[in-house]
Design a protein around this ligand. Structure first.
Ligand SMILES: NC(=O)c1ccc[n+]([C@@H]2O[C@H](COP(=O)([O-])OP(=O)(O)OC[C@H]3O[C@@H](n4cnc5c(N)ncnc54)[C@H](OP(=O)(O)O)[C@@H]3O)[C@@H](O)[C@H]2O)c1
Length: 239
């Protein structure tokens, strides 16, 4: 199976400037990734993260792209930017996501659409747009950030649960497509419980949370496995 060193790989991380996405960005830079594109709506946030991380890790390897995952044209522009500049995206991390807390009796069409558009349809768009190149080069990884809310229902966030269950269902279909083509493309799903993205690295996380550094370690471990290893859903939560 085709192999590529991390130095020859480009990753695209949606929401890669904050929280879990930021820890993913940092671990890929530590592991020597050639290029990491971080993309989300707030230009000032991704630009600032890009400057900080390029200074910290060296090599101008981080690139920012402002876009809204709810807008198809902007998402197409992001894909075009990545393919024009780097030739391919080797690792797509569908990390952008949010919850609108509305119980089943409180659900609004706006809240429902927002959650489903960002958490599910946006991930589908990027996967659909980037998979052809992965198939063509016979190399690629897709990492979806689902949730324990993709495995269990919670009364306060039904739309979020639907989006995260849906992401896992979509990933199963992509895996089946990959299997049928015998393609060298892996699909990992993270299903985290509560993740503490605020506590500094050397401090204990809040009760009931895992420290975000464990997400980063698990990503680095997953991507480093031999290409023939199937690792699928990663349930990761605090005891
Ligand atoms: N933290 C947890 O306990 C936990 C647990 C399970 C799963 N998760 C999942 O982990 C992922 C990351 O969450 P986080 O906790 O790290 O929170 P976060 O820091 O708020 O990350 C969410 C990211 O999504 C981006 N985003 C939101 N709307 C967007 C849009 N329309 N277009 C493009 N990007 C958009 C945000 O950037 P902009 O505002 O700049 O657009 C932000 O960088 C989410 O999918 C979340 O559901 C989190």
């Amino acid at each position: 199976m085709k192999e590529k060193s991390f130095a020859d790989q480009t990753a695209l991380i949606t929401g890669g400037a904050t929280g879990i996405g930021r820890s993913f960005t940092e671990t890929l830079l530590e592991k020597g990734f050639g290029n990491v594109v971080i993309a989300s709506r707030r230009k000032e946030v991704i630009d600032e993260a890009t400057n900080e991380l390029n200074q910290k890790y060296g090599g101008e390897r981080v690139h920012s792209f402002a876009f809204d995952l709810r807008e198809k044209e902007q998402t197409e522009n992001l894909v075009e930017f990545c393919l024009d500049k780097f030739g391919a995206v080797d690792v797509l991390i569908n990390n952008s996501g949010l919850a609108v807390p509305e119980t089943v009796l409180e659900l609004t069409d706006d809240g429902w659409d927002k959650v489903l558009d960002i958490n599910l349809r946006g991930a589908m768009w990027l996967t659909k747009m980037l998979l052809p190149k992965m198939f063509e080069q016979d190399f690629g990884d897709i990492v979806n950030v689902s949730s324990q809310a993709g495995k269990n229902g919670y009364a306060d966030v039904p739309s979020y649960c639907v989006s995260k269950y849906g992401l896992l269902g979509f990933a199963e279909s992509v895996r089946d497509d990959v299997r049928k083509r015998n393609a060298n493309v892996r699909v990992f799903n993270f299903c985290p419980g509560l993740v503490d993205v605020e506590t500094p690295l050397d401090k204990k996380p809040r009760d009931g949370f895992i420290h975000v550094k464990n997400m980063a370690k698990t990503l680095a471990f997953s991507l480093s496995l031999d290409r023939n290893v199937i690792l699928e859903d990663i349930n990761i939560y605090s005891r």
